[in-house]
Design a protein around this ligand. Sequence first.
Ligand code: ADE
Ligand code: ZN
Length: 357
Amino acid sequence: MCSCEAKTHQCLLELPKCEHHLHIEGSLSPSLLFRLAAVNNISLPKSEDDSSFASAEALESRYERFTSLNDFLHYYFIGMSVLITPSDFESLAYEYFTRAHKDGVHHAEIFFDPQAHTSRGISYATVVSGLVAAQARAEKEFGLTSKLILCFLRHLSAEDAEVTYQEATSLGHFSNGTVAGIGLDSSEVGFPPEIFRETYESAAAAGIRRTAHAGEEGDSTYISRALDICKTERIDHGIRLVDDENLLKKVAKDKTLVTMCPLSNVRLRCVTKVGELPIRKFLDEGVRFSINSDDPAYFGGYIQDNYCAVQESFVLSLKDWKFIAEGSIEGSWCDAERKKVLLEKVEAWALSWNGTL
Ligand code: ADE
Ligand code: ZN
């Protein structure tokens, strides 16, 4: 858990959180990675090629030196190659939910990358069955509700994305709620969202929720194109929104949720420090956003670490945090009844911490 000594740590720990931007494959810790590689007989790159895989410690320290999104993705795709069975996916997700629960997460909407698994012979059904089993355990044991968001890898073709979409559709996973929505991730620059326009149009017509990574490394037009062409309801990262005042005002007016990932943005060098992020600007302009961990095993922090990093840089008030927490709930894809319960928890939190921040 976040071990910062800030006076505000406990207050933020108790703040009821929703997490909307978490790649489940990005919660694979080096220790679990090495354990599963041994169990599943997966060979990792040999030291002569890349000494980062010499040990879990060596890998941890390589993760502190990412130079870009693509540099990170190289390790991310190697890492997930150790995930083979439904039980591997269940362990991975259950480990994440356990940690998220300790960090005060009550509702999580998690991304998964089916193409990164089907392309190496692991079936879509294997991935989803493991994740669903972990979701059921987390709800039963912790009262933590969750949703799955199926992401398309934007460095692969639109046809490949469509095949994945059709597989989930044919299994009834969108209509029966197994998968709540679609997203778009992986290398951003050079792969604008409109490449996937047709799949997004089908999803919109079928009432399937839609989000996309945009404005992480790409400029603000990636955000406007995701919204205007792919009709996304959310924007993941969205930090380049600051470069287009009109777009920012529209996002605020439409209450589009922006899922921010502060520690990720620093690790991937989108900004040099958390204080550079447009968090004060978003609050002043009424942009609805949540704070998330993205790939916590790779970026040195889970959700509470991200909350504390934001507080350290911006010294937010209780009113600011209440706005963030309420926006996170309103922008979630859970039903109205669940939102009401979560909003009441935030109200109780604000009363008990009144005068603290
Ligand atoms: N996949 C996992 N993490 C990602 C990120 N931060 N951006 C794009 N794709 C990702
Ligand atoms: Zn992400």
